[in-house]
Design a binder for this molecule. Structure first.
Ligand code: SF4
Length: 233
């Protein structure tokens, strides 16, 4: 096993060599197969010095990537970041999808209770200081949840725009020795919908109410026709 605590460039090279030009399910299969000769569930460190997790918001189109991971190995660790400000429909969608896909290691990650009591006792931080709110409810819990993982799979896509417009399939995560795997980077919204219909995957209930992208309730609104998918975030 090759070990380097502060530089994940060797991991990126290893994953690139294994991935070729693959994306979608083929990339998920190649990545999880590399993390553990028979899948990722046991967290073996055969080639990467650690296991791979999927981080999922269980949002509007999350079912696609969750289905791909479940198809390869339903024991794959799935990190679900529950900020405490999610829509109840998202929590219901998570329950429905986990049962539908047979995922066995979904980790329900929550913010630190003491930090919330100190900085957001009345629940108004999202409006008053959204950066601090995101730090407490997203950044810190996710960083802790990812400790020990060599790489993580994300559902980010180029069509979501802004900084994601040039997204690569594999990228080094700044400030850590982990690699981020983006199997859907090149997929269009129509690709995702086609896959979901083909696989008959459950639909997030808020999609039919005009939400194209779904995050925390205080910071998400429906999108209008013609707007980019993340306009409501
Ligand atoms: S998206 Fe909004 S509610 Fe969610 S953590 Fe960030 S600021 Fe807070």
């Amino acid at each position: 096993m090759q070990v380097c605590a502060t530089d994940g460039s060797w991991r990126l090279r290893t994953l690139r060599a294994a991935a070729g030009e693959r994306d979608g399910l083929a990339l998920v299969r190649a990545m999880l197969g590399l993390a553990d000769g028979s899948g990722a569930g046991s967290g073996s460190d055969s080639g990467l010095g650690g296991p791979i997790a999927l981080v999922s918001s269980f949002g509007a189109e999350s079912a696609v990537l969750l289905d791909m991971v479940a198809t390869v190995d339903p024991r794959t660790p799935v990190i679900f970041l529950d900020t405490g400000r999610l829509f109840p429909e998202t929590l219901e969608h998570r329950r429905e999808l986990c049962a539908h896909l047979g995922l066995t290691d979904v980790r329900h990650v929550r913010p630190d209770v003491a930090a919330l009591e100190r900085y957001d006792p009345a629940g108004g931080l999202a409006m008053a200081e959204p950066d601090l709110c995101c730090h407490l409810r997203k950044t810190e819990p996710l960083e802790q949840a990812l400790e020990g993982f060599a790489a993580w799979i994300t559902g980010r896509k180029r069509f979501q725009g802004a900084a994601r417009g040039a997204l690569e399939l594999l990228e080094a995560e700044p400030g850590t020795d982990r690699v981020k795997i983006n199997p859907l980077a090149h997929w269009s919204l129509e690709d995702l919908r086609h896959y979901r219909r083909l696989r008959q995957l459950p639909l997030h209930p808020l999609v039919t109410r005009g939400f194209a992208s779904i995050g925390c309730a205080p910071c998400t609104s429906p999108t209008r026709p013609g707007e980019p998918p993340r306009a409501g975030r």
